[in-house]
Write a protein that binds this ligand. Structure first.
Ligand code: GLC
Length: 411
């Protein structure tokens, strides 16, 4: 038996594509978010970055609009990362937060308001690993004091910002055997934000692993999701892959490894093939702007998403499958075939490496097909069906087009 998903989990799966944003004091250094740890910068030294944190380029409304126009349905923002600095008002817990910096604003309040105005669902990333406490957390008493602080912090996020899409924790992997008092944290969230997803990143070494029973999704950090085998699970869990656009989460000015538009489209497809969400990360600039290159790349991916309307969000994995990476989604009772590496037409003077097989066999069809048609071009493709499989002649693109992944409806 496959368990039935709870409504919040069904809703989450339909959000499909999220923008992950890493932003904090570290962004001013432009060398990723782990620099305090990697360079053993003492807390007191590192904390000086607060004095130059102005957030002058953080315009939450522009950011949320950009996300919506690029096809994202949710944003997961780092409200606090491992360096311990909070973008929200910690209301007296400490003064290591944005309102006590030259920014002087509660940036999370701006974020949630802007998301709501643009129809984007706000999610809060919150670290559980805090480097300022870590060195002292060897004793149980200190760790428990830290957990009080963590709980009080999360309580603030659950009470002062209206309804949120979910909380996304990260850092339990830093103390695998420790008692993180997850029951306490999650029951508080359930009480204050009953509809919020609770996610806790299992990190690079434990992708796809289920954890505490209150968690609503498994995570695949930097690794393509496998379709979960939910048979016999006590609860239906969603899946989400988070991935960097280059190789860092926090902005890294000397990282030139940006994924191409085609790669991002393919990765989004790989997630949806497995029924998982794709949470794609951008490191905001020092004072909170969206970098130009990332912005251009994501807008272009958004154009691809737009070509097939709601399909990327509401399409569910179907049992039918094609060769290699090809797959089928079902939406509103209709089937859609996602074809990779489609041939490009044109003569030898201009077309190199024309692409993959024209003739492809689709297995596992559960219904007779009347016609096959590309979504981006009129006309019907030739095919022959025999019981549950069909051979389709996927004629290539006309010269002048290449969508990276091309979709055909099986009517
Ligand atoms: C890792 C890193 C962290 C990053 C996170 C995003 O856990 O420690 O810096 O925020 O991945 O998934």
């Amino acid at each position: 038996m496959i368990p039935v998903p709870l409504p919040r989990i069904t809703q989450f799966e339909k959000l499909a594509y999220g923008l992950f944003l890493h932003w904090g004091l570290y962004s001013q250094l432009g060398v990723g978010e782990w620099t305090m740890f990697h360079h053993s910068i003492p807390s007191s030294e590192y904390a000086k970055l607060k004095d130059s944190f102005t957030a002058k380029d953080f315009d939450a409304r522009t950011l949320a609009r950009f996300a919506r126009e690029s096809g994202f349905r949710y944003i997961t923002l780092t409200t606090r990362h491992h360096d311990g600095f909070s973008l929200y008002d910690t209301r007296g817990l400490d003064d290591y937060d944005a309102p006590h910096s030259p920014a002087g604003r509660d940036l999370i309040a701006e974020f949630v308001d802007a998301c709501r105005a643009e129809g984007i669902v706000p999610f809060f990333y919150h670290t559980t690993l805090d480097w300022r406490w870590q060195s002292q957390c060897c004793s149980d008493a200190k760790f428990s004091e830290y957990l009080d602080y963590l709980n009080a912090s999360v309580e603030i996020l659950c009470t002062h910002y209206g309804k949120i899409g979910g909380l996304w924790f990260d850092g339990n992997w830093s103390r695998p055997g420790a008692n993180w008092q997850e029951n306490r944290l999650y029951s508080m969230i359930r009480r204050l934000q009953p509809k919020a997803m609770i996610i806790n990143n299992t990190g690079l070494s434990a992708r796809g692993e289920a954890g505490h029973p209150e968690l609503d999704s498994v995570t695949f950090e930097q690794g393509l999701p496998k379709p979960p085998d939910r048979e016999g699970w006590p609860k239906y869990l969603a899946g989400e892959m988070c991935e960097t656009i280059n190789r860092h989460w926090g902005t890294a000015l000397r990282d030139f490894n940006h994924k191409s538009v085609a790669q991002l489209i393919e990765n989004l497809c790989a997630c949806r093939k497995a029924g998982a969400n794709y949470l794609l990360n951008v490191g905001l600039s020092a004072q909170g702007g969206v970098p130009e290159l990332e912005s251009a790349i994501l807008k272009t991916v958004g154009q691809w998403i737009n070509l097939s309307g709601d399909l990327i969000y509401r399409g569910k994995p179907h049992i039918a499958r094609g060769p290699k990476r090809d797959f089928v989604l079902e939406m509103d009772g209709r089937l859609y075939y996602f074809a990779h590496d489609v041939r490009r037409r044109g003569n030898d003077h201009v077309v190199q490496d024309a692409g993959g097989e024209t003739l492809r066999t689709i297995y596992g069809l559960d219904r007779p097909i009347q016609s096959v048609q590309w979504l981006d071009e009129p006309g019907q493709l030739r095919f022959a069906q025999c019981e549950n499989f069909a051979a389709v002649e996927f004629l290539g693109y006309p010269y002048g087009r290449d969508l990276a992944v091309r979709i055909a409806e099986l009517i």
